[in-house]
Write a protein that binds this ligand. Structure first.
Ligand code: F2R
Ligand code: MG
Ligand code: MG
Length: 306
């Protein structure tokens, strides 16, 4: 499958997971039938802050692929939030934007949140997938560096940075793999996990891989690591959904079924699954209902040729 098809799969997979998962955010478990009923309804499928921030990052990466000016990225996030504050943002990013208005730098402001520990939320991981589309990100060191730079604009806690690194490296690793089956996905996830620093994200990814390797279902793996807004829970949960599926719609539906932070787990899982398998098996009618589909596709193709 051509690289650009996988790239389209990444951004549309992200937006699809976000839009399909959004109505269920905060539920404890979601039955497959409920997701299918919402999926098969008519009308525009709107996405939330996850895709909104990923779009802003995508546009910024086309201008500044090295993210040499992180404050310009932060300012773009702040503008996007000001224009559409109703997208369902977490409390942390708007606090950062307000502190910057008062004169702090972005990283300084982000580091001051939550009593000075910085946010461990999944906001940096949910938006990072476009980093994995850049050619330079096929080098895992580059992917990790860019993931961390874009994270630290709003999220300075190590778990938030590690979570973003995982999504960027898995997307990058799968986007450049020619034929992807279950073994290749497992290899990319294992290599990504082994490169991570010791910490909560790595620990829970190891647990997810162990559950899946011993024949456990993704639901069981996700239940072990949790499905809340913390990056150390939701990023491994998204990986569990990826390891259990064979196409983006299946993966996204399973991820929503876990409950918890459904839009975000499904967005991250959808981006990784789109990198692995593209969109061939996703009904065109469903993609047609996705908000800003055309712009997402154009950005994906442009990023994959950068
Ligand atoms: N905000 C939401 N969902 C809530 C309701 C949405 C509703 N449907 C609506 O339409 O209004 N979802 C979005 O937020 C998550 C991403 O959050 P992000 O960007 O990481 O935000 P934040 O505030 O930095 O972190 C999230 C929460 O985690 C806890 N937390 C983080 N770091 C902490 C620390 N060091 N110590 C203690 N707690 C910490 C806080 O409760 C934060 O508010 C995604 O789900 C996205 O979809
Ligand atoms: Mg959201
Ligand atoms: Mg969410």
């Amino acid at each position: 499958m051509p690289r650009r098809e996988r790239a389209r799969g990444v951004l549309l997979g992200l937006a699809l997971g976000d839009a399909l998962g959004a109505p269920f955010e905060g539920r404890s478990r979601v039955a497959r039938g409920q997701v299918e009923a919402w999926r098969d309804a008519r009308g525009l499928m709107r996405w939330t802050d996850d895709t909104h921030m990923a779009l802003t990052l995508s546009r910024r990466l086309l201008v500044d692929p090295d993210l040499a000016d992180p404050d310009a990225l932060g300012a773009a996030f702040a503008r996007a939030y000001t224009n559409e504050p109703w997208r369902g943002y977490g409390s942390g990013p708007p606090q950062v934007f307000a502190l910057v208005e008062e004169g702090l730098g972005f990283e300084e402001a982000a580091g001051s949140l939550f009593g000075g520990s910085g946010s461990f939320g999944n906001g940096a991981a949910m938006r990072v997938a476009p980093v994995g589309l850049l050619s330079a990100a096929s080098d895992p060191v580059v992917a990790a560096r860019l993931a961390a730079i874009q994270a630290r604009v709003t999220h300075t806690h190590a778990d938030a940075v590690d979570g973003a690194t995982v999504i960027a490296q898995v997307v990058a690793g799968l986007t450049v793999t020619d034929r992807v089956g279950g073994d290749e996905v497992q290899q990319v996830v294992r290599a990504t996990t082994e490169r991570l620093p010791v910490g909560a994200v790595r620990e829970r990814l190891v647990e997810v891989m162990n559950v899946v390797a011993s024949g456990g279902v993704p639901q069981e793996a996700a239940a072990r690591c949790g499905t809340g807004v913390a990056a150390a829970a939701s990023v491994p949960a998204a990986v569990a959904a990826l390891l259990g599926g064979r196409d983006p719609l299946e993966v996204v539906t399973a991820a929503i079924g876990f409950g918890g932070d459904t839009d975000t787990i499904a967005a991250m899982a959808g981006a990784m699954a789109g990198a692995a398998w593209g969109l061939e098996r996703v009904p065109a009618g469903l993609l047609d209902r996705l908000e800003a589909r055309g712009e997402l596709e154009e950005l994906a193709v442009a990023l994959s040729s950068t």
